[in-house]
Design a protein around this ligand. Structure first.
Ligand SMILES: *Cc1c(COP(=O)(O)O)cnc(C)c1O
Length: 233
């Protein structure tokens, strides 16, 4: 492992994040394989992705459609899994449908219809997480819990899409107990959809600052940017 007086190497950062995940799983009494690591590479160069891929990381998340498409082209020869996690505009759905394996920020019916129509027939179905809005004014993205069942139904009926679960970005909280409460709320909404018959397996929550709280409340995928790549340029 490379050592430096300045910033840690990609291998050191990855090992540190994996250790945090492992420890959070142990504390929650969960198997470490029950939590996937999504490396959020937005605004970092393709070279940084290449470095993490060489260390065994395969799933990468991006927030801008054109940046995802560009990196997908640049890294075409690598067996990577691309997740789109940014706010989704209707005029960007084609790019996502053609370049992503997953989209985690679906929050309205129009997007479901467009992604279904635009997913190329030559590709396997696009994996979908619906974005749950937590709190009132925290973010403009996401859909309220009571609107999720209709949206989930629409995805389930679209053969070019595959419904996998929920994604959420709770409002920032300083108090870890408050933080956990948001994640617990997301978990309840997720369990309710499962009880309604949706075969979901993905609860995408937890970022660099709060992955421990998210794992304690049942996250199955943490989306980590800063802790893996350093500050965004
Ligand atoms: C940027 C981003 C992340 C990663 O955030 P970090 O705090 O850098 O780990 C995770 N999820 C979403 C939706 C993001 O936009």
């Amino acid at each position: 492992m490379q050592t430096s007086n300045h910033s840690p190497s990609p291998a050191q950062r990855l090992a540190a994040v994996q250790a945090r995940i492992r420890q959070a799983c142990q504390q929650a009494g969960r198997p470490v394989e029950s939590v996937r690591l999504l490396a959020v590479s937005k605004r970092h160069p393709a070279e940084a992705i290449r470095q993490l891929q060489a260390l065994g990381q395969t799933a990468f998340g991006e927030n801008y459609a054109s940046e995802l498409a560009e990196k997908h082209r640049q890294l075409d020869e690598l067996p990577l899994e691309w997740h789109y996690i940014g706010p989704l505009q209707s005029n960007k759905t084609r790019t996502i449908a053609e370049h992503a394996h997953w989209v985690q920020s679906v929050d309205r019916l129009k997007l479901v219809q467009r992604l279904h129509e635009q997913r190329p027939a030559t590709l396997p179905p696009l994996h979908v997480c619906l974005q749950l809005k937590l709190g009132d004014e925290a973010t403009k993205s996401g859909t309220a819990a009571h609107e999720l069942p209709a949206l989930a139904e629409a995805v389930a009926k679209s053969p070019r899409l595959k419904l996998r679960g929920l994604m959420c970005i709770p409002p920032p909280e300083n108090d870890p107990e408050h933080q956990r409460r948001w994640f617990a709320q997301a978990r309840q909404v997720y369990e309710r959809l499962r009880q309604e018959g949706h075969a979901l397996d993905t609860l995408s929550m937890g970022m660099s600052q709060d992955l421990e709280a998210a794992i304690a409340e049942g996250s199955t995928m943490v989306r980590i940017g800063t802790a893996l790549f350093g500050p965004r340029p």
